[in-house]
Design a protein around this ligand. Structure first.
Ligand code: SF4
Length: 217
């Protein structure tokens, strides 16, 4: 009988997804829709083939990052510290930063948008990393799968002391909102993106859309 390679691929990706440690609060739980992250914990839904495809692309991105780190060290004329998937725990929040180069966090994103421009939530994610690392400089690299030209962008981000304080307060606010909804087992307490023009795209394929849109908030 012919081997079903696709089934093996899907099982492997699904196992990698299930093996992720989802204890505690992660930055990735806070940067898009906190309500969806809470519902994911309280009532996890089966992955669709599209979810598996997207997660698989994320795994490929991880391998590219590791390769990039090796190249950075090899090309550098000066001693360079490069950390891949650096684990950070600060303010009761966990993060795995794609790359940290000489202490500076670098967030690497791929997008199906035709433009390789950083989205708002990429900035939010990077700023939370910067706050957690106590680092006022950061960088976002974006690769667009569908751009006809200029498929990459590289954006430097610099925060003032006041901005660091503001983003720290935002991180703590989001953490507390996530924890409260989870502790009370009440997803309605978690903030949502139904009325946020920049994030409402999240609702399109959300498995919790019906119950979320059935309440008026
Ligand atoms: S439907 Fe939209 S607002 Fe509601 S949980 Fe899903 S992503 Fe969040």
């Amino acid at each position: 009988m012919m081997l079903k390679i696709l089934d093996i691929l899907k099982q492997g990706v699904r196992k990698a997804y299930d093996d992720r440690n989802r204890e505690g609060v992660h930055v990735s739980d806070l940067v898009l829709c906190i309500r969806k992250s809470v519902l994911n914990r309280l009532d996890p839904q089966p992955l669709t083939d599209i979810d598996i495809r997207n997660f698989n692309q994320g795994l490929s991105h991880h391998h590219t990052t590791q390769q990039l780190a090796k190249e950075i060290v090899a090309e550098s004329e000066h001693p360079t510290s490069v950390e891949v998937e650096k684990s950070v725990k600060e303010f009761g929040v966990l993060a795995h930063v794609d790359l940290v180069i000489n202490g500076i966090p670098v967030e690497i994103k791929t997008t199906r948008s035709a433009k390789a421009a950083p989205s708002d939530h990429y900035y939010t994610q990077l700023r939370y990393y910067m706050v957690m690392l106590g680092q006022k400089l950061g960088k976002i690299l974006v690769e667009s799968y569908n751009a006809k030209e200029n498929p990459w962008s590289e954006t430097d981000v610099e925060l003032t002391d006041d901005e660091m304080e503001m983003h720290k307060n935002n991180l703590i606010r989001d953490r507390d909102n996530f924890n409260l909804a989870l502790e009370k087992k009440d997803w309605k307490l978690a903030s949502h993106v139904k009325n946020d023009k920049r994030k409402v795209f999240m609702c399109m394929r959300c498995p919790y859309k019906k119950r979320c849109y059935d309440i008026d908030d």
